[in-house]
Design a protein around this ligand. Structure first.
Ligand SMILES: Nc1ncnc2c1ncn2[C@@H]1O[C@H](COP(=O)(O)OP(=O)(O)OP(=O)(O)O)[C@@H](O)[C@H]1O
Ligand SMILES: [Mg+2]
Length: 176
């Protein structure tokens, strides 16, 4: 049987299903669970902004800090979160959103009965970060979503899911 499960979450619905599966396995077989998130300060931060807005994470983060992360009134493609406008507030904002994603996932895992839960966060290429955290946690199974926050909708797995699957030394479960 596996000894340690690592779940990767970007806060997407698909990742939520991965958190649920990882937590259920951890609860049923009484094995420790580590939940990890990779912060992305550079490319594709609009995905994070979109998700954060939808899930009211922005409100939570703003209330918990003195940072104003107001999303731009214009099109959602506006690059408030992009590196060209990367003020220290934005950097801190992205970090807080990441912490919120992780803490929600950990609460969900707890609700589902997982007993030993650790959390990790790094800033890296997402797939590299996931592989690195899973190894550091001593995980022998990675559970992740088949898709994430990316908007492309087709049958292929997302690029992060594909890369982790191709490079991991341990078992990888991708949740549909
Ligand atoms: N930044 C991240 N931190 C932690 N886990 C992540 C991160 N990004 C993706 N994942 C994990 O990988 C799974 C698949 O997401 P992936 O990014 O491959 O799909 P996508 O966003 O739909 O496609 P793409 O990123 O290629 O546009 C997610 O459900 C999540 O489990
Ligand atoms: Mg993605």
């Amino acid at each position: 049987m596996h000894k340690h499960i690592f779940v990767a979450t970007d806060g997407s619905e698909s990742a939520e299903r991965a958190v649920a599966l990882g937590a259920e396995l951890a609860a049923t077989f009484e094995i420790p669970l580590t939940i990890g998130h990779v912060l992305r300060f550079g490319r594709l931060p609009k995905e994070l902004a979109r998700m954060a807005e939808a899930e009211h994470i922005i409100d939570t983060v703003q209330k918990a800090s003195n940072i104003t992360l107001g999303l731009p009134a214009g099109p959602r493609d506006s690059d408030l979160f992009s590196s060209s406008h990367m003020s220290s507030d934005i950097v801190q904002g992205i970090t807080l959103v990441g912490e919120e994603i992780i803490s929600r996932a950990a609460n969900r895992a707890k609700e589902l009965g997982a007993k030993t839960i650790a959390t990790m966060m790094v800033s890296d290429d997402p797939a590299d970060g996931i592989l690195e955290m899973a190894e550091e946690a001593g995980a022998d199974m990675i559970v992740m979503g088949h898709r994430g926050l990316g908007r492309v909708r087709y049958l292929l797995a997302g690029s992060v899911a594909q890369k982790v699957n191709n490079h991991a030394e341990c078992t990888v479960v991708t949740v549909r």
